[in-house]
Design a protein around this ligand. Structure first.
Ligand code: OAD
Length: 264
């Protein structure tokens, strides 16, 4: 009887989530990304629902609802003014940058964000340099904190600092009350923007869901548009969320560390 020497077998390890996610990205034709507060956490912007998050320390019904604005606009204004001041000290992080470079390379837009902090836009402009930033500019479905909007006629304007006296900013056109151009609880999202985001997700075969607890609708329904059209979801988040079970792969980690590796 002859004896064949057999090579010792390497244990067959399943590929890591990062490797599987990379493979899915390489195979995908159209990609969208839905981001939430978690992508800005490493820029020191507080999230909403984590420990230390804004909604753990402040009551949204007093600060971020249309009813609160109508009852007590000054308090709402002062809170947004505080957030504006704080955001002016924050910068895009490696996660925003990697995502911007990725979409600039692909030359096709795909970033949808719930964030009002403007950091995707800043990353797009910085990473595009002298080139056009368009492919990396986000659809901001919850608005932009750096803009004002007239509560009556809807005219948008660059934000102006709040004065020290009791007067609040007024619309230059109709004299109506100005307010930060963000979606408040109890308000509808801009339907044209939401439709654009939804259509983009439904046409995509891969949706990256980054740093969102995925509990606020209609935003959280955007990845489901990709899924229902036959596409897949990759989640990037240090924690499980309501969407994890729908995801093909969940990469556990901070966006600022995962995205540069994932999208290199
Ligand atoms: P949340 O505060 O609900 O969720 C933040 C998510 O980010 C959590 O799932 C965290 O686990 C995750 N996270 C934390 N640090 C992270 C990191 N370094 N990298 C990646 N992920 C990280 O914030 P959103 O889901 O964005 O609405 O909240 C949705 C909406 O609720 C907001 O747009 C805002 C809020 O009320 C409006 O203002 C209209």
């Amino acid at each position: 009887m002859t004896h064949h020497a057999t090579a010792p077998r390497e244990p067959l390890l399943p590929p890591s989530p990062l490797t599987r996610a990379r493979d899915l990205i390489a195979e995908a034709h159209r990609i969208v990304a839905l981001t939430g507060a978690g992508i800005s956490a490493e820029s020191r912007v507080p999230t909403f629902r984590d420990a230390g998050g804004l909604w753990r320390n402040y009551r949204p019904e007093e600060l971020a609802t249309i009813g609160a604005f109508e009852r007590d606009p000054r308090t709402v204004w002062e809170w947004y003014e505080w957030r504006r001041g704080f955001l002016a000290t924050c910068k895009p992080n490696e996660g925003h940058r990697a995502l911007a470079r990725f979409f600039l390379r692909r030359g096709e837009e795909g970033i949808v964000t719930q964030n009002v902090d403007g950091l995707h836009t800043r990353a797009a402009l910085e990473e595009a340099g002298d080139g056009p930033p368009d492919a990396a500019l986000p659809i901001e479905i919850h608005g932009a904190i750096a803009r004002d909007r007239c509560n009556d006629c809807g005219l948008r304007a660059e934000a102006e600092p709040l004065g020290d006296d009791d007067t609040l900013p007024r619309c230059a056109d109709c004299g109506g009350m100005r307010r930060p151009d963000v979606v408040l609880f109890g308000e509808m999202l801009d339907s044209a923007l939401l439709e654009r985001a939804h259509n983009m997700a439904a046409r995509a075969d891969l949706c990256l869901v980054i740093g969102t607890s995925a509990v606020v609708y209609p935003a959280a329904g955007i990845p489901l548009a990709t899924l229902h059209a036959g596409g897949r979801i990759i989640e990037i988040n240090p924690q499980d969320t309501d969407l994890t079970r729908a995801a093909e792969v969940a990469v556990r980690g901070a966006a600022g560390e995962v995205l540069p590796e994932l999208l290199a």
